[in-house]
Design a protein around this ligand. Sequence first.
Ligand SMILES: Nc1nc2c(ncn2[C@@H]2O[C@H](COP(=O)(O)OP(=O)(O)O)[C@@H](O)[C@H]2O)c(=O)[nH]1
Ligand SMILES: [Mg+2]
Length: 444
Amino acid sequence: MDYTQIAIVVAIAGLIVLLVLIMSAARRKARERIQGAEQLEKPGKQELPPAADDDEDEGEDEDDGGGAAPAEREKVVAKKPEKPAEKKQPEKQPEKDAREPKIVAGKSTADRLDIEHPDVKPSHVPDKLAAAHERSAALRAGLAKTRGGFIAKIKRLFEGKKKLDAGLVGELEEVLFTADIGVKTSQRLFERVKADLSKDELGDADAVWRVIKQESIALLAADGSAATIDYARATPFVLLTIGVNGAGKTTTIGKLAAKLSQQGKKVVLAAGDTFRAAATEQLEIWGQRTGAPVVKGKEGSDPSAVIFDAIKKAQTEGADVVIADTAGRLHTKTDLMEELQKIRRVIDKAMPGAPHETLLVLDATNGQNAIQQADKFKAAMQVTGIVLTKLDGTAKGGVVLGISDELKLPVRYIGIGEKVEDLRDFDPAEFVEALYAREEEDAA
Ligand SMILES: Nc1nc2c(ncn2[C@@H]2O[C@H](COP(=O)(O)OP(=O)(O)O)[C@@H](O)[C@H]2O)c(=O)[nH]1
Ligand SMILES: [Mg+2]
Protein backbone atom coordinates (compact mmCIF):
# COMPACT_ATOMS: atom_id res chain seq x y z
CA MET A 1 0.00 0.00 0.00
CA ASP A 2 2.87 2.33 0.81
CA TYR A 3 4.10 1.75 -2.68
CA THR A 4 0.72 2.81 -4.07
CA GLN A 5 0.81 6.05 -2.03
CA ILE A 6 4.31 6.76 -3.21
CA ALA A 7 3.26 6.10 -6.79
CA ILE A 8 0.33 8.53 -6.42
CA VAL A 9 2.54 11.24 -4.92
CA VAL A 10 5.09 10.78 -7.73
CA ALA A 11 2.30 10.89 -10.33
CA ILE A 12 0.86 14.11 -8.78
CA ALA A 13 4.32 15.66 -8.63
CA GLY A 14 4.89 14.65 -12.27
CA LEU A 15 1.56 16.22 -13.24
CA ILE A 16 2.44 19.43 -11.38
CA VAL A 17 5.81 19.59 -13.12
CA LEU A 18 4.09 18.96 -16.49
CA LEU A 19 1.48 21.66 -15.73
CA VAL A 20 4.19 24.17 -14.82
CA LEU A 21 6.07 23.37 -18.03
CA ILE A 22 2.90 23.76 -20.16
CA MET A 23 2.04 27.07 -18.49
CA SER A 24 5.50 28.57 -18.95
CA ALA A 25 5.47 27.47 -22.61
CA ALA A 26 2.07 29.13 -23.09
CA ARG A 27 3.37 32.29 -21.43
CA ARG A 28 6.37 32.40 -23.76
CA LYS A 29 4.13 31.91 -26.80
CA ALA A 30 1.82 34.68 -25.66
CA ARG A 31 4.77 37.06 -25.25
CA GLU A 32 6.09 36.15 -28.68
CA ARG A 33 2.70 36.93 -30.16
CA ILE A 34 2.64 40.35 -28.47
CA GLN A 35 6.13 41.11 -29.76
CA GLY A 36 5.10 39.99 -33.26
CA ALA A 37 2.17 42.39 -33.16
CA GLU A 38 4.48 45.20 -32.08
CA GLN A 39 6.74 44.48 -35.03
CA LEU A 40 3.78 44.63 -37.40
CA GLU A 41 2.87 48.01 -35.98
CA LYS A 42 6.20 49.35 -37.30
CA PRO A 43 5.80 49.37 -41.08
CA GLY A 44 8.86 50.12 -43.10
CA LYS A 45 11.06 49.04 -40.24
CA GLN A 46 13.02 46.80 -42.56
CA GLU A 47 13.89 49.74 -44.77
CA LEU A 48 15.46 51.60 -41.91
CA PRO A 49 19.11 50.97 -41.18
CA PRO A 50 19.23 48.19 -38.52
CA ALA A 51 19.44 49.74 -35.07
CA ALA A 52 21.95 47.98 -32.80
CA ASP A 53 19.73 48.58 -29.73
CA ASP A 54 16.81 46.71 -31.25
CA ASP A 55 18.93 43.66 -31.87
CA GLU A 56 20.18 43.66 -28.30
CA ASP A 57 16.62 43.95 -26.99
CA GLU A 58 15.55 40.92 -28.95
CA GLY A 59 18.44 38.96 -27.54
CA GLU A 60 17.47 39.92 -23.99
CA ASP A 61 13.83 39.01 -24.60
CA GLU A 62 14.87 35.50 -25.62
CA ASP A 63 16.81 35.18 -22.40
CA ASP A 64 13.69 36.27 -20.49
CA GLY A 65 11.87 33.23 -21.80
CA GLY A 66 14.46 31.09 -20.13
CA GLY A 67 13.62 32.81 -16.81
CA ALA A 68 15.04 36.30 -16.61
CA ALA A 69 16.24 37.75 -13.35
CA PRO A 70 14.08 40.67 -11.99
CA ALA A 71 16.93 43.11 -12.55
CA GLU A 72 17.03 42.21 -16.24
CA ARG A 73 13.29 42.57 -16.55
CA GLU A 74 13.48 46.04 -15.18
CA LYS A 75 16.06 46.83 -17.82
CA VAL A 76 13.68 45.65 -20.50
CA VAL A 77 10.78 47.58 -19.06
CA ALA A 78 12.96 50.67 -18.77
CA LYS A 79 13.93 50.34 -22.41
CA LYS A 80 10.34 50.03 -23.63
CA PRO A 81 9.59 53.77 -23.71
CA GLU A 82 12.32 54.06 -26.33
CA LYS A 83 10.21 52.11 -28.78
CA PRO A 84 7.42 54.65 -29.24
CA ALA A 85 10.12 57.26 -29.72
CA GLU A 86 11.71 55.17 -32.46
CA LYS A 87 8.34 54.58 -33.96
CA LYS A 88 7.77 58.32 -34.49
CA GLN A 89 9.74 58.44 -37.70
CA PRO A 90 8.26 55.36 -39.36
CA GLU A 91 4.79 56.46 -38.26
CA LYS A 92 5.07 59.41 -40.64
CA GLN A 93 5.81 57.08 -43.52
CA PRO A 94 2.29 55.70 -43.95
CA GLU A 95 0.91 59.26 -43.93
CA LYS A 96 3.12 60.21 -46.86
CA ASP A 97 2.45 56.94 -48.66
CA ALA A 98 -1.23 57.50 -48.28
CA ARG A 99 -0.91 60.97 -49.78
CA GLU A 100 0.71 59.81 -52.97
CA PRO A 101 -2.08 57.56 -54.22
CA LYS A 102 -4.47 60.39 -53.34
CA ILE A 103 -2.64 62.63 -55.76
CA VAL A 104 -2.90 60.10 -58.53
CA ALA A 105 -6.62 59.91 -57.92
CA GLY A 106 -6.73 63.71 -57.82
CA LYS A 107 -10.36 63.83 -56.73
CA SER A 108 -10.60 66.79 -54.41
CA THR A 109 -9.28 70.32 -54.29
CA ALA A 110 -7.18 69.28 -51.31
CA ASP A 111 -5.57 66.60 -53.44
CA ARG A 112 -4.93 69.06 -56.20
CA LEU A 113 -3.32 71.35 -53.67
CA ASP A 114 -1.14 68.45 -52.67
CA ILE A 115 0.04 68.12 -56.26
CA GLU A 116 1.55 71.51 -55.89
CA HIS A 117 3.63 70.32 -52.97
CA PRO A 118 7.28 70.91 -53.94
CA ASP A 119 8.13 67.25 -53.18
CA VAL A 120 5.65 66.02 -55.73
CA LYS A 121 6.26 68.49 -58.59
CA PRO A 122 8.34 67.04 -61.40
CA SER A 123 11.62 68.84 -60.81
CA HIS A 124 12.40 69.60 -64.49
CA VAL A 125 9.26 71.68 -65.07
CA PRO A 126 10.17 74.70 -62.92
CA ASP A 127 13.75 74.42 -64.16
CA LYS A 128 12.63 74.71 -67.77
CA LEU A 129 10.33 77.60 -66.96
CA ALA A 130 13.08 79.36 -65.04
CA ALA A 131 15.50 78.85 -67.93
CA ALA A 132 13.01 80.26 -70.43
CA HIS A 133 12.34 83.21 -68.14
CA GLU A 134 16.06 83.80 -67.78
CA ARG A 135 16.53 83.64 -71.53
CA SER A 136 13.92 86.28 -72.30
CA ALA A 137 15.14 88.46 -69.42
CA ALA A 138 18.68 88.29 -70.84
CA LEU A 139 17.43 89.28 -74.27
CA ARG A 140 15.47 92.19 -72.81
CA ALA A 141 18.58 93.27 -70.90
CA GLY A 142 20.66 92.98 -74.08
CA LEU A 143 18.27 95.25 -75.94
CA ALA A 144 17.89 97.77 -73.11
CA LYS A 145 19.98 100.45 -74.83
CA THR A 146 17.98 100.24 -78.05
CA ARG A 147 14.79 100.37 -76.03
CA GLY A 148 16.14 103.50 -74.37
CA GLY A 149 16.66 104.99 -77.85
CA PHE A 150 13.97 105.23 -80.49
CA ILE A 151 11.54 102.93 -78.69
CA ALA A 152 11.56 105.24 -75.66
CA LYS A 153 11.01 108.22 -77.95
CA ILE A 154 7.90 106.62 -79.44
CA LYS A 155 6.67 105.75 -75.97
CA ARG A 156 7.13 109.36 -74.84
CA LEU A 157 5.01 110.53 -77.78
CA PHE A 158 2.13 108.46 -76.54
CA GLU A 159 2.48 109.27 -72.85
CA GLY A 160 -0.87 110.19 -71.37
CA LYS A 161 -2.53 110.24 -74.78
CA LYS A 162 -5.18 107.81 -75.77
CA LYS A 163 -5.83 109.20 -79.22
CA LEU A 164 -3.36 110.24 -81.86
CA ASP A 165 -3.77 113.66 -83.39
CA ALA A 166 -2.23 114.89 -86.62
CA GLY A 167 0.66 116.52 -84.78
CA LEU A 168 1.53 113.29 -83.06
CA VAL A 169 1.51 111.38 -86.34
CA GLY A 170 4.09 113.83 -87.69
CA GLU A 171 6.26 113.38 -84.61
CA LEU A 172 6.03 109.61 -84.92
CA GLU A 173 7.24 109.89 -88.49
CA GLU A 174 10.22 111.94 -87.35
CA VAL A 175 11.18 109.50 -84.59
CA LEU A 176 11.01 106.53 -86.94
CA PHE A 177 13.07 108.27 -89.60
CA THR A 178 15.79 109.38 -87.20
CA ALA A 179 16.05 105.92 -85.65
CA ASP A 180 18.64 103.50 -86.99
CA ILE A 181 16.02 101.49 -88.75
CA GLY A 182 16.88 103.01 -92.11
CA VAL A 183 14.85 105.35 -94.29
CA LYS A 184 13.12 102.71 -96.41
CA THR A 185 12.17 100.54 -93.49
CA SER A 186 10.96 103.49 -91.40
CA GLN A 187 8.79 104.53 -94.31
CA ARG A 188 7.37 101.05 -94.56
CA LEU A 189 6.54 101.00 -90.85
CA PHE A 190 5.08 104.50 -90.90
CA GLU A 191 2.98 103.87 -94.04
CA ARG A 192 1.56 100.83 -92.36
CA VAL A 193 0.66 102.79 -89.24
CA LYS A 194 -0.97 105.55 -91.33
CA ALA A 195 -2.94 103.05 -93.41
CA ASP A 196 -4.31 101.44 -90.27
CA LEU A 197 -5.01 104.82 -88.70
CA SER A 198 -7.03 106.06 -91.65
CA LYS A 199 -9.37 103.13 -91.20
CA ASP A 200 -10.46 104.19 -87.73
CA GLU A 201 -9.87 107.92 -88.25
CA LEU A 202 -7.58 108.36 -85.28
CA GLY A 203 -6.48 105.11 -83.72
CA ASP A 204 -5.46 104.75 -80.13
CA ALA A 205 -1.88 104.39 -78.94
CA ASP A 206 -2.23 100.67 -78.19
CA ALA A 207 -3.40 100.04 -81.75
CA VAL A 208 -0.38 101.92 -83.12
CA TRP A 209 1.95 99.82 -80.99
CA ARG A 210 0.24 96.70 -82.21
CA VAL A 211 0.72 97.74 -85.83
CA ILE A 212 4.41 98.60 -85.31
CA LYS A 213 5.01 95.29 -83.57
CA GLN A 214 3.18 93.21 -86.14
CA GLU A 215 4.89 94.94 -89.02
CA SER A 216 8.29 94.51 -87.34
CA ILE A 217 7.75 90.79 -86.93
CA ALA A 218 6.58 90.52 -90.55
CA LEU A 219 9.71 92.37 -91.68
CA LEU A 220 12.03 90.18 -89.66
CA ALA A 221 10.33 86.92 -90.45
CA ALA A 222 10.49 87.53 -94.19
CA ASP A 223 13.31 85.87 -96.13
CA GLY A 224 13.40 82.90 -93.82
CA SER A 225 14.82 84.64 -90.77
CA ALA A 226 12.81 82.31 -88.61
CA ALA A 227 14.54 79.30 -90.13
CA THR A 228 17.55 78.04 -88.23
CA ILE A 229 20.53 76.50 -90.01
CA ASP A 230 20.15 72.79 -90.72
CA TYR A 231 23.64 71.54 -89.92
CA ALA A 232 22.70 67.99 -90.86
CA ARG A 233 22.20 69.05 -94.48
CA ALA A 234 25.80 68.07 -95.34
CA THR A 235 28.66 66.19 -93.69
CA PRO A 236 30.84 67.98 -93.02
CA PHE A 237 28.71 71.12 -93.03
CA VAL A 238 31.00 73.96 -94.11
CA LEU A 239 30.27 77.38 -92.62
CA LEU A 240 32.27 80.37 -93.82
CA THR A 241 32.28 83.61 -91.84
CA ILE A 242 33.07 86.95 -93.44
CA GLY A 243 32.98 90.56 -92.25
CA VAL A 244 35.17 93.54 -91.44
CA ASN A 245 37.77 93.51 -88.69
CA GLY A 246 36.33 93.74 -85.22
CA ALA A 247 32.81 92.79 -86.30
CA GLY A 248 32.91 89.76 -84.02
CA LYS A 249 33.69 86.89 -86.44
CA THR A 250 36.18 85.00 -84.27
CA THR A 251 34.11 85.42 -81.11
CA THR A 252 30.99 84.25 -82.94
CA ILE A 253 32.87 81.21 -84.28
CA GLY A 254 34.00 80.33 -80.76
CA LYS A 255 30.50 80.63 -79.32
CA LEU A 256 29.06 78.62 -82.20
CA ALA A 257 31.69 75.90 -81.79
CA ALA A 258 30.76 75.70 -78.11
CA LYS A 259 27.04 75.42 -78.90
CA LEU A 260 27.51 72.77 -81.58
CA SER A 261 29.91 70.76 -79.39
CA GLN A 262 27.34 70.85 -76.60
CA GLN A 263 24.88 69.32 -79.07
CA GLY A 264 27.34 66.48 -79.61
CA LYS A 265 28.63 67.65 -82.98
CA LYS A 266 32.29 67.27 -83.88
CA VAL A 267 33.59 70.65 -84.98
CA VAL A 268 36.81 71.57 -86.85
CA LEU A 269 37.91 75.22 -86.87
CA ALA A 270 39.87 76.77 -89.73
CA ALA A 271 42.06 79.74 -88.80
CA GLY A 272 41.52 81.54 -92.08
CA ASP A 273 42.54 84.94 -90.71
CA THR A 274 46.23 84.48 -91.44
CA PHE A 275 46.73 88.23 -91.63
CA ARG A 276 47.45 88.54 -87.90
CA ALA A 277 49.03 85.90 -85.67
CA ALA A 278 46.82 87.09 -82.82
CA ALA A 279 43.73 86.05 -84.79
CA THR A 280 44.91 82.44 -84.89
CA GLU A 281 45.80 82.50 -81.19
CA GLN A 282 42.33 83.86 -80.40
CA LEU A 283 40.75 80.98 -82.30
CA GLU A 284 43.04 78.45 -80.63
CA ILE A 285 41.81 79.57 -77.20
CA TRP A 286 38.24 78.83 -78.32
CA GLY A 287 39.45 75.51 -79.74
CA GLN A 288 40.90 74.54 -76.35
CA ARG A 289 37.72 75.61 -74.56
CA THR A 290 35.42 73.66 -76.84
CA GLY A 291 37.67 70.72 -77.71
CA ALA A 292 37.51 71.55 -81.42
CA PRO A 293 40.78 71.05 -83.33
CA VAL A 294 42.09 74.21 -85.03
CA VAL A 295 43.74 73.97 -88.45
CA LYS A 296 46.15 76.87 -88.91
CA GLY A 297 48.88 78.21 -91.15
CA LYS A 298 51.83 80.50 -90.70
CA GLU A 299 51.21 84.23 -90.39
CA GLY A 300 50.67 85.63 -93.87
CA SER A 301 50.08 82.20 -95.44
CA ASP A 302 47.30 81.49 -97.94
CA PRO A 303 43.97 81.42 -96.06
CA SER A 304 42.40 79.28 -98.83
CA ALA A 305 44.97 76.53 -98.21
CA VAL A 306 44.27 76.56 -94.45
CA ILE A 307 40.52 76.22 -94.99
CA PHE A 308 41.09 73.52 -97.66
CA ASP A 309 43.16 71.50 -95.15
CA ALA A 310 40.49 71.93 -92.48
CA ILE A 311 37.80 70.52 -94.77
CA LYS A 312 40.03 67.55 -95.69
CA LYS A 313 40.75 66.92 -92.01
CA ALA A 314 37.03 67.04 -91.22
CA GLN A 315 36.31 64.58 -94.04
CA THR A 316 38.94 62.05 -92.97
CA GLU A 317 38.02 62.33 -89.28
CA GLY A 318 34.29 62.26 -89.85
CA ALA A 319 33.65 65.67 -88.30
CA ASP A 320 30.18 67.22 -88.57
CA VAL A 321 30.91 70.91 -89.02
CA VAL A 322 33.81 73.03 -90.31
CA ILE A 323 33.75 76.69 -89.32
CA ALA A 324 36.14 78.91 -91.24
CA ASP A 325 37.40 82.25 -89.99
CA THR A 326 38.61 84.91 -92.42
CA ALA A 327 40.41 88.23 -92.22
CA GLY A 328 38.44 91.47 -92.32
CA ARG A 329 41.26 93.55 -93.65
CA LEU A 330 44.30 92.71 -95.77
CA HIS A 331 47.52 94.33 -96.91
CA THR A 332 46.54 97.33 -98.99
CA LYS A 333 47.66 95.69 -102.22
CA THR A 334 45.38 92.71 -101.79
CA ASP A 335 41.67 93.21 -102.28
CA LEU A 336 39.61 91.58 -99.50
CA MET A 337 36.70 90.74 -101.78
CA GLU A 338 38.96 89.06 -104.33
CA GLU A 339 40.60 87.04 -101.57
CA LEU A 340 37.20 85.95 -100.24
CA GLN A 341 36.08 84.92 -103.72
CA LYS A 342 39.20 82.81 -104.05
CA ILE A 343 38.50 81.19 -100.66
CA ARG A 344 35.05 80.35 -101.88
CA ARG A 345 36.33 78.69 -105.05
CA VAL A 346 38.89 76.64 -103.11
CA ILE A 347 36.25 75.51 -100.60
CA ASP A 348 34.12 74.30 -103.51
CA LYS A 349 37.13 72.35 -104.80
CA ALA A 350 37.69 70.71 -101.41
CA MET A 351 34.02 69.78 -101.20
CA PRO A 352 31.71 70.45 -104.17
CA GLY A 353 28.66 72.45 -103.11
CA ALA A 354 30.41 73.96 -100.09
CA PRO A 355 30.31 76.38 -98.32
CA HIS A 356 26.81 75.44 -97.19
CA GLU A 357 26.38 78.69 -95.30
CA THR A 358 28.21 82.00 -95.68
CA LEU A 359 27.53 84.17 -92.67
CA LEU A 360 28.19 87.87 -92.84
CA VAL A 361 29.04 89.13 -89.36
CA LEU A 362 27.91 92.72 -88.73
CA ASP A 363 28.52 94.94 -85.72
CA ALA A 364 25.23 96.53 -84.63
CA THR A 365 27.05 99.51 -83.09
CA ASN A 366 27.79 100.62 -86.67
CA GLY A 367 24.10 101.29 -87.22
CA GLN A 368 23.34 102.26 -90.78
CA ASN A 369 27.00 101.77 -91.77
CA ALA A 370 26.48 98.07 -91.18
CA ILE A 371 23.92 98.05 -93.99
CA GLN A 372 26.34 99.80 -96.35
CA GLN A 373 29.08 97.31 -95.43
CA ALA A 374 26.71 94.46 -96.04
CA ASP A 375 25.89 95.76 -99.52
CA LYS A 376 29.58 95.50 -100.50
CA PHE A 377 29.99 91.96 -99.17
CA LYS A 378 26.75 90.90 -100.76
CA ALA A 379 27.87 92.19 -104.15
CA ALA A 380 31.06 90.09 -104.01
CA MET A 381 29.93 86.98 -102.14
CA GLN A 382 26.92 84.72 -102.01
CA VAL A 383 25.98 85.65 -98.46
CA THR A 384 23.31 83.31 -97.05
CA GLY A 385 22.77 84.79 -93.62
CA ILE A 386 23.59 87.55 -91.13
CA VAL A 387 25.00 87.50 -87.63
CA LEU A 388 24.37 90.79 -85.85
CA THR A 389 26.77 91.23 -82.92
CA LYS A 390 27.09 93.64 -79.99
CA LEU A 391 23.39 94.46 -79.73
CA ASP A 392 24.02 94.78 -76.01
CA GLY A 393 26.37 97.70 -76.49
CA THR A 394 24.27 99.97 -78.69
CA ALA A 395 21.08 101.98 -78.92
CA LYS A 396 21.09 101.23 -82.65
CA GLY A 397 19.49 97.79 -82.41
CA GLY A 398 16.69 98.97 -84.69
CA VAL A 399 19.17 98.37 -87.49
CA VAL A 400 18.16 94.73 -87.46
CA LEU A 401 14.84 95.81 -89.02
CA GLY A 402 16.67 97.67 -91.77
CA ILE A 403 19.05 94.76 -92.39
CA SER A 404 16.21 92.31 -92.82
CA ASP A 405 14.18 94.69 -94.95
CA GLU A 406 16.91 96.09 -97.19
CA LEU A 407 19.34 93.19 -97.55
CA LYS A 408 16.68 90.54 -97.93
CA LEU A 409 18.86 88.18 -95.96
CA PRO A 410 17.86 86.09 -92.95
CA VAL A 411 19.35 87.05 -89.60
CA ARG A 412 20.63 83.73 -88.24
CA TYR A 413 22.17 84.72 -84.93
CA ILE A 414 22.41 87.79 -82.73
CA GLY A 415 25.13 88.59 -80.19
CA ILE A 416 24.02 90.19 -76.93
CA GLY A 417 27.26 89.79 -74.96
CA GLU A 418 30.59 88.02 -74.82
CA LYS A 419 29.57 84.74 -73.19
CA VAL A 420 28.70 81.57 -75.14
CA GLU A 421 25.00 81.81 -74.22
CA ASP A 422 24.96 85.40 -75.50
CA LEU A 423 24.98 84.16 -79.07
CA ARG A 424 21.30 83.52 -79.72
CA ASP A 425 19.31 81.92 -82.49
CA PHE A 426 17.37 84.79 -83.98
CA ASP A 427 13.66 84.52 -83.28
CA PRO A 428 11.74 87.48 -84.80
CA ALA A 429 8.75 87.31 -82.47
CA GLU A 430 10.89 86.90 -79.34
CA PHE A 431 13.15 89.72 -80.53
CA VAL A 432 10.27 92.14 -81.17
CA GLU A 433 8.70 91.31 -77.79
CA ALA A 434 12.00 92.12 -76.07
CA LEU A 435 12.55 95.23 -78.17
CA TYR A 436 9.17 96.75 -77.34
CA ALA A 437 8.99 95.37 -73.78
CA ARG A 438 7.35 97.63 -71.22
CA GLU A 439 9.28 98.99 -68.25
CA GLU A 440 7.47 96.71 -65.78
CA GLU A 441 8.85 93.74 -67.70
CA ASP A 442 12.35 95.18 -67.38
CA ALA A 443 11.99 95.22 -63.63
CA ALA A 444 10.80 91.61 -63.55
N1 LIG B 1 29.47 93.14 -76.01
C1 LIG B 1 29.69 92.32 -77.04
N2 LIG B 1 30.92 92.18 -77.52
C2 LIG B 1 31.13 91.32 -78.55
C3 LIG B 1 30.08 90.58 -79.12
N3 LIG B 1 30.60 89.84 -80.14
C4 LIG B 1 31.91 90.13 -80.18
N4 LIG B 1 32.26 91.01 -79.24
C5 LIG B 1 33.57 91.62 -78.97
O1 LIG B 1 34.01 92.32 -80.11
C6 LIG B 1 35.42 92.29 -80.19
C7 LIG B 1 35.87 91.89 -81.59
O2 LIG B 1 35.50 90.57 -81.82
P1 LIG B 1 36.29 89.57 -82.76
O3 LIG B 1 35.60 88.28 -82.70
O4 LIG B 1 37.76 89.55 -82.46
O5 LIG B 1 36.08 90.25 -84.17
P2 LIG B 1 36.67 89.83 -85.60
O6 LIG B 1 37.79 90.77 -85.88
O7 LIG B 1 35.55 90.00 -86.56
O8 LIG B 1 37.11 88.42 -85.50
C8 LIG B 1 35.90 91.35 -79.11
O9 LIG B 1 36.36 92.10 -78.02
C9 LIG B 1 34.65 90.59 -78.74
O10 LIG B 1 34.67 90.15 -77.41
C10 LIG B 1 28.75 90.77 -78.59
O11 LIG B 1 27.76 90.19 -79.03
N5 LIG B 1 28.62 91.63 -77.55
MG1 LIG C 1 38.93 87.62 -85.91
